[in-house]
Design a binder for this molecule. Structure first.
Ligand code: PHE
Length: 457
């Protein structure tokens, strides 16, 4: 296994111990709140059906090719996303300005982490709620009360969110390769296993038929323009692409790894977990007369209702929220890594000071989200609360914009030999399909959705 990138470049931040370690790290980044918290609630808000179908199409023709593009760019550049885009921009086109794409990603990462850490804080709080038996035999009113009491209390939410952010900065300070591998290797199988247990519960006790119909019956007339943009944006969000997280991880990837196979595996796992989560949530929602359209509280209300009724519910609930917090943790780490690598290389800081600075900045922006569910919940503009606006800006606009730039760079700016050199030196069928998709289908799909979103088509 050689450690060098194109032109003998090596990463300044170390390297994954091997292929499996990288797959685990990218899976850890991809699988998180996006799958279990966000997918069910935005599918619910957008009427399911058509939304889910558009999301799946976006995963295949937009998310997957962009993931491959990001990894190949990262591995070729071997630096932080800003420096990598400048370097490759120079090499491929004599235009270092491509670094703007990396910088945009660093900024997007801060924005996403600012709300991500707040929701992860809720999940952490729910570990303790569950363990204290708060959901045993709970009714719809009590679970709703439990959630509102947490979300509407800025001090409680703020406390948990601070703990979560500190834990993220701690790992960043120590370096990503240590720890993440082991955490993901144990945690992911456990998370999937618990979700399958819950799926069994939903199938038996929930309104499974209605849940299935809600998710897969194509009702395209119900899909709004915003819904379309959210489906595209969520494909980016859930796969961690469009902001350089996967690019930053690609910089630490040994050369002998097949980027294509690895990306397919990660995307398949991520999508399966999201679909299972939604198939757990909606049957419970319908069986208990909950509103699928209730927003960010959806999993925090629906799952506890199920835990309250099932045997061993307290233990299962505690474990599930613990695993969810871990999954969010490995994602949050990847949200911070591009900025960390950039600050370290640019300002020659150590990892620890870099981590502290970034956590501080993120914490300040996070206050807007914390307060969106409490003191400032009445302050709405454009899309709604501050949280709604930060979420829409980062996921539905900045990630697709960043992804579009990345895929255009990989498909049109980089020489064919450069991309095939990373993806498949023999330029076989799979490579040719990727290149065609990256050059035509992916950019067209993104542009079409964005134009439709602003009402041009
Ligand atoms: N993919 C993560 C999730 O689904 C969130 C994330 C987005 C992580 C962007 C990194 C970059 O929870």
């Amino acid at each position: 296994m050689t450690e060098t990138g194109a032109g003998g470049r090596t990463s300044l931040h170390g390297q994954w111990s091997g292929r499996l370690a990288f797959i685990l790290a990218v899976t850890g980044s991809a699988v998180g709140l996006g799958n279990i918290w966000r997918f069910p609630y935005i599918a619910g808000e957008n009427g399911g059906g058509a939304f889910v179908i558009v999301y799946l199409v976006c995963i295949v023709i937009v998310g997957l090719p962009i993931m491959m593009a990001e990894v190949l760019i990262g591995r070729r550049g071997r630096r932080n996303p800003v420096a990598t885009m400048r370097l490759l921009g120079d090499e491929e086109a004599g235009a270092g300005n491509w670094k703007v794409v990396g910088a945009l990603g660093v900024g997007t990462g801060f924005l996403i982490l600012s709300f991500y850490s707040v929701i992860a804080g809720w999940a952490l709080a729910y570990v303790f709620e569950s363990a204290s038996n708060a959901f045993a035999g709970a009714t719809r009113e009590t679970v709703e009360q439990t959630f509102n009491a947490l979300a509407s209390n800025p001090l409680r939410t703020g406390l948990w969110h601070t703990i979560f952010l500190a834990a993220t900065a701690f790992v960043i300070a120590r370096g990503v390769e240590r720890g993440i591998e082991r955490a993901v290797r144990l945690m992911m199988p456990a998370l999937v296993l618990l979700l399958l247990v819950l799926l069994g519960y939903s199938a038996v006790e929930g309104n499974f038929a209605q849940g299935l119909r809600f998710m897969f019956e194509p009702r395209f007339d119900e899909l709004t323009r915003d819904g379309l943009m959210e489906a595209l944006g969520h494909a980016f969000f859930t796969l961690s692409v469009g902001m350089g997280a996967v690019m930053a991880y690609g910089a630490y990837l040994p050369r002998d790894t097949s980027i294509m196979k690895m990306s397919v595996a990660v995307v398949a796992a991520d999508t399966a977990i999201a679909l299972i989560a939604a198939l757990v949530v909606f049957p419970i929602v319908f069986a208990n007369g909950l509103d699928p359209d209730q927003g960010p509280g959806l999993v925090f209300v629906s799952l506890p209702l199920a835990f309250g009724q099932m045997p061993g519910g307290t233990v299962i609930a505690t474990l599930l929220f613990l695993l969810l917090t871990f999954a969010a943790w490995t994602s949050a780490i990847s949200l911070m890594e591009p900025a960390t690598a950039w600050i370290i290389e640019k300002f020659r800081l150590g990892r620890a000071p870099a981590a502290i600075i970034m956590a501080g900045i993120t914490w300040l922006i996070s206050l807007l989200t914390v307060l969106s569910f409490s003191t400032l919940s009445g302050v709405t503009f454009l899309r709604g609360t501050f949280f709604d606006n930060i979420d829409f800006l980062s996921n539905s606009i900045l990630l697709p914009a960043g992804g579009l730039a990345i895929v255009i760079f990989a498909g049109w700016i980089m020489a064919r030999e450069s991309t095939s050199g990373e993806l498949d030196p023999d330029a076989g069928t799979a490579y040719r399909i990727w290149r065609f998709t990256a050059r035509y289908l992916t950019p067209l799909a993104i542009v079409a959705v964005l134009l439709r979103g602003v009402g041009v088509i």
